[in-house]
Design a protein around this ligand. Structure first.
Ligand code: NPQ
Ligand code: MG
Length: 368
């Protein structure tokens, strides 16, 4: 395949409600879309970096700069390109996994459209639909939280994830567990807001039968997570800490993680995400697909990934309307708590011209 042009599209979509986590409150989603053009097909990818380096070191304009100055020229220099060789061509550029992931999936989407194959089939999907889970932000009161949880359960979500931080943890979790009863799957995510000295406090979450506590400590603190795991009954899941297959094995073997959240952007792409899925399977560690408030482009691709065999836990795989009144693609929808795996070529969706135009902030094209 010959790449002839790459386009970057900056978009901004208003959120249906503010989304607060331990690192901040978001009112809209500013995202970066990558379009790969070949003589026979075009493909789309989404860079999941946020406007500021709050979740990880990457941020939208930094990712765009890395793409324009280093990543796009590196793949543009290849005489011919397939998705399976993109990762290797980009190894000389350190870091920037979200930027790399977006470029790789745009190229893979174009390649699969040309081959009339779905991303799900390419990756090795084994189920036609995946269960939908939802991430619930930090609220200003417990009453407001219980209302939000009720709404998501009524909509059909099969698992609730509560965002926590110091000052918003034991009381809201207790309130939700008492409100929903024993039968509902609940887990929490701290986005690294605690330190290992909070172990005794976090152990107070143990009575509430949580599926897991996600990323309680800092990204680089595997040793701390392993120490914390020895103090908690609630299993620890790592998100931000797991940046590669090697890191996944370290997390598992050190006792830092019993479960792993896989986000293709955080680990440098869907192919690397599959490798982490595979090493976790080999270690008997279950995984689930995380979410980064993706538009329909990234969301559809995540649904395909979630259909692989070792994605046995419910992911942050929600319908488009969890976040957006109007998505830039035909919306990802949930029916009876399930989301169908796209079967069309590539990621199975493309931007709606009018919706993309409405959300557009600016665009840039690079001819190769
Ligand atoms: C997580 N995601 O698992 C994150 C992080 C996160 C769905 O909880 C705008 C863009 C807001 C990306 C908030 C979920 C976000 C974001 C949180 C990502 O850690
Ligand atoms: Mg997380």
């Amino acid at each position: 395949m010959k790449l002839t042009r790459i386009e970057l599209h900056w978009v901004r979509l208003p959120l249906v409600a503010p989304f607060q986590t331990s690192f901040g409150t978001e009112y809209d989603r500013e995202a970066l879309l990558v379009k790969a053009v070949t003589p026979d097909a075009v493909g789309w990818g989404e860079c999941v970096a946020m406007p500021q380096p709050d979740y990880s070191a990457e941020y939208v304009d930094g990712a765009a700069d890395a793409l324009v100055r280093f990543l796009i020229p590196a793949v543009g220099a290849l005489p011919t390109v397939t998705a399976a060789t993109v990762g290797h061509a980009l190894t000389t550029v350190k870091g920037h996994p979200m930027a790399k992931a977006a470029l790789e999936i745009a190229i893979l989407d174009a390649q699969l459209r040309q081959a009339h194959m779905s991303l799900a089939e390419y990756l090795g999907a084994v189920r036609p639909a995946v269960p939908a889970g939802v991430s619930v932000g930090i609220m200003s009161s417990i009453a407001e939280l219980l209302d939000a949880v009720d709404g998501y359960l009524a909509a059909g979500y099969q698992r609730i994830k509560l965002k926590i931080q110091p000052g918003w943890d034991v009381a809201p979790v207790r309130a939700v567990r008492e409100h929903v009863g024993d039968g509902v799957a609940v887990q929490v995510d701290a986005n690294g807001a605690y330190t290992v000295t909070d172990a005794a406090h976090l152990a107070k979450l143990d009575p509430f039968d949580l599926l897991m506590i996600e990323q309680p400590l800092a990204e680089d603190d595997l040793r701390g997570h392993a120490a914390l795991a020895r103090r908690l009954r609630t299993p620890i899941c790592l998100d931000e800490s797991v940046t590669s297959p090697v890191r996944a094995v370290e997390a598992i073997e050190s006792g830092a993680a019993a479960i792993i959240n896989i986000k293709p952007g955080r680990v440098g792409g869907y192919l690397q995400a599959r490798r982490i899925h595979d090493v976790c399977a080999a270690h008997g560690v279950p995984v689930w697909v995380g979410g980064m408030v993706e538009t329909g482009i990234g969301r559809a691709a995540n649904v395909a990934l979630a259909a692989l065999p070792n994605f046995t836990l419910v992911g942050d795989v929600s319908a488009s309307d969890r976040f957006f009144a109007r998505d830039i693609t035909p919306p990802v929808v949930m029916r009876d708590g399930w989301i169908e795996v796209p079967t069309g070529p590539g990621i199975g969706v493309e931007p709606d011209e009018a919706a993309l135009k409405e959300a557009s902030v600016r665009s840039e094209g690079i001819d190769l």
